[in-house]
Structure formats: structure tokens, C-alpha cells
Ligand binder design. Sequence first.
Ligand code: ATP
Length: 297
Amino acid sequence: LIQMFIPLNFLGVMYREIKQSLTDIERLFKLLNVNREVADQADAQPLLVKGAEVQFDDVKFGYDSNRGILQGVSFTITAGHNIAVVGTSGAGKSTLSRLLYRFYDVNDGVIYIDGQDIRQVTQTSLRAAIGIVPQDTVLFNDSIYYNVAYGRPTASREEIVEAARAAHILHFIESLPNGWETTVGERGLKLSGGEKQRVAIARTILKNPRILILDEATSALDTQTEKIIQAELKEIAKNRTTLTIAHRLSTIVDADQILVMEQGRIVERGDHRELLAANGVYAKLWALQQEEAKSST
Ligand code: ATP
């Protein structure tokens, strides 16, 4: 069986190809247990999380050696704060989250969490500290109970129900004919974009990570659902170190700091007001999105 999967070993490519969520890739890694991109060092130590400060120090990275994607990216998210990354498609925003989760190792520079180089800690401890709400949550062909519990499989039923309640999806689950035992995923009940995001939120609440990556969905939910989900995300991001990959600027105006990326570089940084005052790339993007919002109403 493993032989059959070896040609698929470049999971990074599969990411785009089959649009799996980050969580699903992690499960695949476990299933295949072959050719991981990165491996624990022999003397890897568990990550010691204190405040959960995240620092990218002059990070350079390319998926292959002949094409650099990140050209030297530096920023710090101080403990419990929130940084949002915006920029043109392909600028390298999601790549930042894949590096922080250590699907790949940097080519140059260092990523630190609380001063520890993430290459020197065990992957299990690193990934236990980070929760991801991905663009498009992939559900397993399994019960909705399994799908929520995936955030922390050792959680008690009570905790799982509480997480669903906090993610505002409990009522929906209980209204299904088979309740928690309903099969979801490709071969089961298809959930809407908003419902899937709530499953991801419930998983994250269960996992209770100190660091959070929010990869905003590109495909728009309806405005009403989006507003509610945004409010829920804001709630779970409270007091966690958060990296938000944003497509709509309106959702990140409150971020402590906004990084504007173009072609693998940070070209502007500051909070919303500062960036508008600077009248550069961000201000132009903002004006453009305001125009679009006006013309769509
Ligand atoms: P978007 O806003 O469209 O999601 P992004 O800024 O998040 O874009 P990334 O997903 O970080 O962009 O991709 C940066 C560049 O890296 C793109 O040119 C993309 O084609 C390339 N890329 C992404 N994933 C891979 C991969 N697994 N293998 C090779 N190249 C990749």
C-alpha cells in the first residue's frame, strides 16, 4: 500500500492539486508515514510555550531550489497579539503559515517561538501549540462527532459538546436526524461553507492552542454568515498569538499590525490607520475594495 503512495510523496504539490486542508494533510502524513518534508532532530526537545511569541527572522524559502518564494521576511507577533497579512495572490501569505506549522523548513533565516528555533523542537509539541482554521475545512467521511473531536481526540463527550456550543453549531448538529452520529464529508451529508468553518472553529476551541493561524476563506460566505463567523473568530483569537491571512481588508482593520506582501517581501507594515496615512499599496487596495463593496450593493 505504501508503495502505491510513494509517487504522491510531494504532499506540498498535492496541497494545491487536491485542495486538502492543512489538517487533512497532517492526517495523510500520519497514514503514509513516508517521506515527510521535515524530520525531528535527534536531540529535539519539546517546545516550551511561555507567552507564545512568534518571530520570523529574515526567512527565505522556495518550494524548489530554482524559484525563491520568500525573499527575507522578518516580523514578530508579540505574545497574545494579532498580525494580519495581506497582499496580492501568490505573494507568499499562506506559505508563512505552512512554514510556521513546519510543513517545510526554511532555506535561510529562523522561525522562533518563545526564542526556540522551531527546527530544534519536536513536531508533535510544535503542532500541539498551533491551531489552524483553514480556508476550506476538509471533513473526514466519518461522524460529525469524530470530525469535531479531531481537535483533541482525548476530549470527553461533554467537552466536545461544549466546543460545538461555543462554535454555534450544537443546535444544528442536534437537529440532524442522526444527531452526532450523522456521517459528513464527501460520502455523507454535505455541510455548507459556514457550517464547515464552524466545525473548524469547534475543533480549534477543543484544541485550545496558544497560537492560532486563521486562513480566511477566499470564497465569500453570505455577508450575514460571514459577519457572525468573523465575530466568532475574533472571540477565539482573544489572548492567543494570531496570524491572520486575509483577503478582505475589512476583516482585519483591528489587527495590531498588518503586513503587506508583494512577491515574497513585506513592502509595508503598520496598523490600519498608519497604512492608510502612508498612502501606498495598502491604501490603494483599501480604496479598491471599498469601490467593489459599493458597486456590489
Ligand atoms: P493567495 O492569496 O492566492 O492564497 P498566497 O499569497 O497565499 O496567495 P502562497 O500560497 O503562499 O500565496 O504561494 C506563493 C507562491 O508559491 C505561489 O506562486 C504558488 O504558486 C507557490 N506555491 C505554493 N504552494 C506550492 C507548492 N506546494 N509547490 C510549489 N509552489 C507552490
